[in-house]
Design a protein. Structure first.
Length: 88
């Protein structure tokens, strides 16, 4: 369905381009190169399976999870509230 002066499929092309751009940004954020044998943060040994599965890994699972939680900025609190509280 075209809208205005746009051709058929233009919206889907925009969606596809947005998805491709997001995938490329994610790929650029992946570590590459040699994996560390010990975590850069806590110094614990990184399991061999993790080092083989993720090239360039520098953090253990615990430290990586903490980093991702901090980077996500998610407060962990539902600030929207429940429907009941919104109706009052």
């Amino acid at each position: 369905m075209a809208g205005g002066w746009s051709r058929d499929g233009a919206v889907q092309d925009q969606i596809d381009a947005s998805v491709e751009e997001a995938v490329e940004r994610a790929r650029l954020g992946l570590a590459t190169g040699m994996s560390a044998e010990a975590c850069e943060e806590c110094g614990k040994k990184i399991p061999e399976a993790r080092r083989q599965a993720i090239p360039g890994v520098q953090l253990c699972i615990s430290c990586q999870s903490e980093l991702e939680e901090v980077e996500s900025g998610a407060p962990g609190i539902n600030r929207r509230g429940s429907k009941d509280s919104q109706l009052r």
